[in-house]
Design a protein around this ligand. Structure first.
Ligand code: B12
Ligand code: SF4
Ligand code: SF4
Length: 282
């Protein structure tokens, strides 16, 4: 086991790998490239890591990805010690950790680095955790020797994800602005069609339909990371949000991935959705 293997393992990553930055360029718009260069002059390599988050499929109206602590915070915290190790080895070089809010195409980085399968649901699949993994990256200009791992094949291609999706169909162009996950996060007034789509959707935040349908997720292994497996909030009710200002909402829920749009969007979605499902019996 190399020092980096140990550092990623200690950080709780279930898999990691590396890819030369130039291999990501075909997947990046010029603005994304400019943003990456602003973060790290002369970017040369991207390390990618996968962090499992599945904590069981208890009933609830929040997506499985948003029930634990906000993954942006968790992954940045877990990637930081790896950057420290690298900075000691490569003094003067920069190592920029990121998760989600990054100009890097994270799924492509992870796939090209050999972390897992490319799913037709648009997600990276890492057995035995299925697609229930968050992706984090470290961008650097350092001349790192990258582990050579072959890319995994595509998923089995059964088509269940697309059959389960109300908006993504085989043959049709993928329009992410119609994705229910996007609509649950959209600010402001929804069109009547968008409101009807959300009213028929079981969740008030995110969408899991193309993941729960996937055979690789049927017996997904649970996350060993306490941030995602303990202290979960599975559902929100109107009473949970009653009387909260933006500030008091932030104080109560600011560490959750469903909080970044504030309480108004959640109240709107709850109102569209009607009553949340009953709490699971003990
Ligand atoms: C914008 C965004 C969204 C948007 C648009 C989604 C999308 N498909 O692009 C919305 C809000 C809808 C969304 C929803 C979700 N997202 Co999102 N999202 C992102 C973000 C920030 C950028 C994605 C992007 O650049 N899209 C651009 C367009 C061009 O991509 P595209 O049209 O889907 O597909 C292109 C390529 O990706 C490729 N392709 C298609 N399928 C696949 C599969 C693989 C494995 C690969 C390598 C390539 C590939 O072909 C297409 C043409 O080039 C990334 C983080 C990041 N910085 O990369 C997270 C990210 C992709 N999201 C993530 C998650 C968890 C979700 C949700 C599951 C959350 C939820 N439960 O509601 C859903 C899943 C929706 C889906 N099936 O894709 C994770 C995925 C983890 C994984 N295992 O792959 C990421 C990587 C965040 C993270 N750091 O963990 N997301
Ligand atoms: S997240 Fe939901 S709406 Fe978006 S692609 Fe998957 S099943 Fe379709
Ligand atoms: S449901 Fe089938 S086609 Fe879709 S990602 Fe999973 S294995 Fe691939």
């Amino acid at each position: 086991m190399t020092g980096l293997d140990r550092a990623f393992q200690d950080a709780g990553a279930a898999a990691w790998g590396g890819v030369a930055y130039r291999r990501l360029l075909p997947h990046m718009a010029p603005e994304a490239h400019a943003r990456a260069e602003a973060l790290c002059p002369r970017p040369a390599a991207v390390l990618a890591a996968a962090f499992p988050y599945y904590a069981g499929d208890r009933p609830g109206n929040l997506s499985l990805y948003a029930r634990g602590e906000d993954y942006h915070r968790v992954l940045l915290r877990r990637l930081a010690p790896i950057c420290d190790v690298l900075m000691e080895q490569y003094p003067g070089e920069s190592f920029v950790p990121a998760a989600d809010s990054s100009p890097l195409p994270e799924r492509e980085a992870a796939w090209l680095a050999g972390l897992g399968l490319r799913g037709r649901n648009g997600l990276l699949i890492l057995p035995p955790y299925g697609s229930y993994v968050f992706l984090g990256t470290i961008l650097t200009g350092a001349p790192l020797p990258l582990p050579e791992r072959p890319t995994a094949p595509d998923c089995m291609g059964c088509g269940r994800c697309r059959a389960a999706c109300p908006v993504r169909r085989d043959g049709a162009a993928w329009d992410s602005s119609r994705c229910l996950s996007h609509l649950t996060q959209k600010k402001g007034t929804l069109t009547p069609a968008e409101a009807a789509a959300l009213a028929a959707h079981p969740l008030i935040w995110g969408c899991d339909l193309c993941q729960t349908a996937c055979p690789y997720n049927e017996a997904a292994a649970r996350s060993p990371l306490p941030e995602f497996s303990a202290g979960c909030i599975d559902s929100l009710t109107p009473a949970d949000l009653e009387g909260l200002t933006n500030r008091t909402f932030d104080a109560r829920y600011g560490q959750r991935a469903f909080a970044w749009r504030g309480p108004a969007v959640l109240r709107r979605n709850l109102a569209l959705h009607g009553s949340p499902p009953p709490a699971p019996s003990a």
